[in-house]
Design a protein around this ligand. Structure first.
Ligand code: IPD
Length: 296
């Protein structure tokens, strides 16, 4: 079974690279203004014909190779295909994570391919074709990064426990809900994280905040130690499934809303876990039983 999972990881990695070539083709078309951009919920929730094309390509390739596997994809889910999650191996796919970046030519864009097996995220592959960076993870076998022009994989180790938010580089995201209440709450959190504690009660003054614009890459960046923490409310399973494996296998700590796909107890509610915190590791003083996350 381990051997099979290794083979699936190899297949998934090469699928990610092929999909990456389509993403780059799409980027040339979009920036050359021949691409079509649509709005989903509102004017900041974007989808392009390339999101759909990449998902269809990936889905067809998976079907050819593994006809019995399930498939949950961002774009097919939006168009109403919402299969129940079973114990069968199931791919959970965001064809273009960072669609807004994609539309603007901001090079933090990736395909995120997760495999859920027996309701646990088990394989994670995240590929950024603009930077040619491939992040992979397989439960029990660590996670790795293959960089541009390199053939060998570097093992990923998130640095040791974060002692304080004070020293941290933290990723937050703006999300697509820009209603006043949500924006008030988010901006208050941003201020508490980064504002001067002398002026703000409970303030931490982290080194700084970043908005990378791709949930999956935020997970990967915590796994590789470039970010100390990522916090977001509003994620979907395809944003996080691959990242959960990669971050946890690098020694990171992932906490999500209960029933989210981080802790092995994924049920049909996999599609309702929306809130995520990923941090490089928990300080040993934190009582794990008080969280719904998992530390390796
Ligand atoms: C979104 C991006 C964004 C994050 C959202 C995601 P999409 O995915 O990852 O950074 O804030 O939560 O839904 O729409 O680009 O695939």
């Amino acid at each position: 079974q381990d051997h099979e999972l290794q083979e699936i990881l190899i297949f998934t990695s090469s699928l990610a690279r092929e999909a990456g070539a389509i993403i780059l083709e799409g980027s040339r078309a979009i920036l050359g203004t021949s691409g079509k951009i649509d709005e989903k919920k509102n004017s900041v929730d974007l989808v392009t014909e390339w999101d759909v094309k990449v998902e269809e390509f990936v889905r067809a390739e998976i079907k050819k190779k593994y006809p019995a596997f399930g498939f949950i994809g961002e774009e097919s889910y939006s168009s109403g295909q919402r299969p129940p999650l079973t114990d069968d191996p199931t791919y959970c796919v965001d064809p273009i994570d960072g669609t807004t970046n994609f539309v603007h030519g901001f090079p933090f864009v990736c395909i995120s391919l997760g495999l859920i097996y027996k309701k646990r995220p088990t394989i994670g592959v995240i590929y950024n074709p603009f930077l040619d960076q491939l992040y992979t993870g397989l439960t029990g076998h660590g996670s790795h990064l293959t960089q541009r022009n390199q053939t060998h994989r570097l093992p990923l180790h998130a640095p040791g426990p974060l002692k304080s938010l004070h020293d941290a580089l933290i990723a937050v995201e703006w999300g697509s809900d820009r209603s006043r209440d949500v924006m008030d709450l988010k901006s208050q959190s941003f201020v508490r994280l980064a504002g001067n504690p002398e002026d703000i009660r409970g303030g931490q003054m982290a080194h700084s905040l970043r908005s990378v614009g791709s949930a999956a890459l935020n997970f990967a960046l915590v796994a590789s130690g470039s970010l100390d923490l990522y916090w977001e409310i509003g994620c979907w399973p395809w944003d996080v499934c691959a990242g959960v494996v990669i971050a946890q296998e690098a020694g990171g700590f992932v906490s999500g809303a209960s029933s989210a796909p981080h802790d092995g107890d994924v049920d049909e509610n996999i599609l309702t876990g929306r809130k995520y915190i990923v941090v490089r590791a928990l300080p040993s003083s934190v009582d794990e039983s008080s969280t719904d996350g998992q530390r390796r």
